[in-house]
Write a new protein. Structure first.
Length: 361
């Protein structure tokens, strides 16, 4: 094989550069929400209609805005959020108003909504997004960290493109990259599930290939929704959180009847045989649950954050006189106590008179 020499190379050839990979330690991901959203990435939030996608987006946005822990996950620093709601604009306004009241979110308000037409067909359209972000950052003295397009299929349709066309979806992804090239942000694309739920967004499968993470909302027969990462470049797929939508008083209507607005409930629902500890869902056996409830009852009665282990243990066999039965109860208690320690549900101090406590959930 004959290789060209420098003198033989075309003078009008494009100039390229290259770097050695793996030579230096990579930077850690810069996180908006620890273990979930990172700057410089694109995600797809996928769910069936009426599953609470927009309400969940708003809940994330308000927590990012104030650097408040979001559903057991830390938010390292505050960022502004820009939402392009192609649907339900009035809902965003109303929900944000009442959630700020409910959660006592005072101070700077840096979650913004743009009702402008978002043209994903032209480079000038996405450059307009960059221009808007920079203008908001200057005017409100903040750093925008999250841009949300809700929903992507509507924005694609408004741009005269086809969500089922791989060519069109690839073109949209290339234009979103223009935003990433100019801004240090996370872009979240809200989309609907296909006819076969749980298999990613509807439309061209090319979309999944262009995003760094796909998160899906699943609905069960109750009111509980589950958000899970189903596909990702560097995250481990699995459950992120569970949530419910509950009513919050929103004044009265024209007839004087009380109104409510649906908001994401701050608490994290768990199964009957599970508890939430330090942002973790922990499954417990009936004996473990019974001994944990016994501990909570004693702590409540004593109005103490910790109690002697002996007091807790002795209470397990209160009123039992038969030696054999008492021994079996104590054996079961000790096994449950050991398991609760292993699962990090309780902590016990060392020393001659150890005390037991429950970490904040």
């Amino acid at each position: 094989m004959e290789y060209l020499t420098n003198s033989q190379e075309d003078d009008d050839a494009d100039e390229f550069s290259a770097v050695i990979i793996g030579e230096t330690k990579p930077d850690l991901p810069r996180e908006l929400i620890t273990g979930f959203l990172c700057l410089g990435e694109t995600s797809a939030l996928v769910a069936p209609p009426k599953s609470g996608k927009s309400k969940l987006v708003l809940d994330m946005a308000l927590h990012i805005e104030h650097a408040r822990e979001w559903r057991g996950k830390s938010v390292p620093r505050p960022y502004g959020v820009l939402i392009f709601p192609r649907e339900r604009r009035s809902q965003y306004h109303e929900d944000a108003y009442y959630q700020r009241i409910r959660d006592r979110l005072g101070g700077a308000r840096k979650t913004f909504m743009s009702a402008n037409f978002l043209n994903l067909k032209t480079n000038s359209g996405v450059r307009g997004v960059v221009k808007l972000v920079r203008s908001l950052e200057r005017e409100h003295d903040c750093k925008i960290g999250l841009i949300v397009i809700d929903t992507l299929p509507m924005a694609i349709a408004e741009s005269g493109l086809d969500e089922n066309s791989a060519k069109d979806v690839n073109a949209v992804a290339a234009r979103l990259q223009i935003i990433h090239d100019r801004l240090d942000v996370h872009i979240m694309l809200v989309a609907h599930t296909g006819k076969a739920g749980g298999r990613g967004p509807r439309g061209s499968s090319a979309l999944v290939g262009h995003v760094d993470m796909v998160a899906e909302i699943a609905m069960d027969k109750t009111s509980i929704r589950t958000l899970s990462v189903t596909d990702a470049n560097h995250l481990v797929p699995g459950e992120v959180t569970r949530f419910q939508i509950k009513g919050y008083p929103a004044g009265t209507d024209d007839n004087g009847q009380a109104r409510q607005v649906g908001l994401i409930d701050p608490s994290i629902p768990v199964d009957d045989d599970a508890i939430m500890i330090d942002g973790r869902t922990v499954k417990l056996s009936p004996t473990q649950l019974r001994q944990l409830q016994r501990l909570k009852d004693i702590m409540g009665r004593e109005e103490a954050e910790s109690i002697p282990v002996k007091l807790w243990r002795d209470s397990a066999a209160d009123g039992v006189s038969d030696a054999g039965s008492k021994k079996r109860i104590m054996t079961a208690f000790d096994r449950a106590k050991r398991d609760l320690i292993t699962k990090r549900v309780i902590t016990i101090t060392k020393g001659k008179h150890p005390e037991v406590s429950i970490p904040a959930s």
